[in-house]
Design a protein around this ligand. Structure first.
Ligand code: GLY
Length: 400
């Protein structure tokens, strides 16, 4: 029986061609995660002290040392309150809760925003977590309204949600990141809302499989559609190295998004797609041994180019969810890679010391390198997905 299991393990490993990675140590992971949440409760108070009450944190200008903030319509505005909620949940720090509530109140009017597709990031991450913790019907109403706002951007002729408005570069851009915003729609339909939100999300996910993904399971960042004809004009990589490359955070968004879609639908097609993306990512010759992704897989200067901590944090969190839907050696591999990413991001190479790094947790993310914007800096979403990965690791892996 044992040798049969062993053989099966080898077959699964060969099928997924997984690199072997060390097994995590449960006691050490538990200590680390508790320590990191305690640290985060101190550090996010430092971040709070740098940001005006009417704004949200965005990044740190590493040259001037000044924390940059954004208005609440910036796509990342929801990550700070959402991060505070994870930290409150794991520390019971009442001051963190007070700051979270203050920041949620600031973000709440954005439920009516229709200027981009980012309502999931902006509203579901903070208010989804708030509702999960406190079950306040007001938070649910906020989420429901945000879903209504998001579907104003659905374009039936391309069966997709339009990401950005028409601009000098694109007619009707749909970006891979949008897979993440579908969670808002799926959740609303599953929690008493109209089934149309779910139908739109499924249509969007299916169009993404058909049009965004290449045969090797890498994805374009942006698809440009012609809304008159419904035809696809071009696949582009606005934030990536070039149009044929695999921009790392985009790959991580798509991966996480399809795992999430499987959670809601149990549609085997989404699970298969997510596993194939994982295979592309984890076995890529340009995936570093510590799994902290270079900012794009196809930069000719690799290994002499920047890492993107945000992509690694999103990947770590997504892998933990995929580990719950897979079995045996495959599942264990996803958990071990995730543990490795959490460990590396928690090391002094990536993790700040108290008071340092403007109050952000992680250093070394890349926002938009070709646009020379937010290059090798802290970013709110890197911190959020890092906290989420630790939350999932503690609740799903260590509590088993
Ligand atoms: N456009 C969202 C991102 O930079 O990932």
């Amino acid at each position: 029986m044992k040798s049969k299991k062993f053989l099966l393990g080898i077959i699964v490993c060969l099928f997924f061609q997984m690199q072997s990675i060390a097994q995590f140590n449960a006691a050490e992971m538990s200590d680390l995660i508790n320590k990191q949440f305690q640290f985060a409760s101190k550090q996010l108070k430092v971040l709070e002290s740098h940001v005006p009450d009417s704004m949200m944190p965005k990044t740190l200008n590493t040259k001037t040392g000044i924390v940059e903030s954004s208005k609440t319509n910036w796509w990342c505005s929801g990550f700070f309150p959402a991060s505070l909620l994870y930290v409150y949940e794991h520390t019971n720090d009442q001051e963190i809760l007070r700051i979270a509530k203050k920041r949620l109140a600031l973000q709440e009017p954005m439920k009516h925003y229709t200027g981009n597709h980012d309502l999931g990031f902006m509203m579901f991450n903070p208010f989804g977590n708030a509702y999960r913790l406190f079950k306040d019907p007001k938070d649910k109403a906020t989420i429901d309204t945000a879903a209504m706002s998001l579907i104003t951007r659905y374009r039936p002729q391309i069966k997709s949600i339009q990401s950005w408005n028409k601009n000098k570069n694109f007619n009707c851009p749909v970006i891979i990141d949008n897979m993440m915003n579908l969670e808002l729609l799926m959740w609303v339909s599953q929690n008493g809302g109209d089934p149309k939100f779910r139908e739109i999300a499924i249509n969007h996910a299916n169009s993404t499989i058909t049009n965004h993904y290449r045969s090797d399971y890498s994805a374009f960042h942006v698809l440009d559609y012609d809304l008159e004809t419904g035809k696809l004009i071009a696949g582009k990589n606005h934030q990536g190295y070039n149009d044929a490359s695999a921009w790392s955070r985009g790959q991580a968004w798509g991966f996480y998004g399809f795992v999430m879609m499987y959670r809601f639908t149990k549609d085997q097609r989404y699970l298969d797609h997510a596993r194939n993306i994982a295979k592309f990512l984890l076995n890529h010759p340009n995936m570093p041994k510590d799994y902290i992704l270079y900012w794009d897989f196809n930069v000719p200067e690799i290994p002499n180019t920047l890492r993107d901590a945000s992509a690694a944090a999103i990947l770590a969190s997504g892998l933990l969810e995929l580990s719950q839907f897979t079995k045996g050696a495959e599942s264990k591999n996803y958990i071990n890679v995730s543990a490795s990413i959490i460990n590396t991001l928690s090391s002094t190479s990536y993790f700040a010391t108290v008071g340092d790094n403007g109050g952000f947790l992680l250093k070394h993310s890349v926002g938009h390198l070709p646009g020379n914007s937010e290059v090798d800096v802290p970013l709110t979403y890197a911190d959020y997905y890092y906290l989420e990965a630790m939350h999932r690791f503690k609740n799903w892996i260590l509590k088993k």
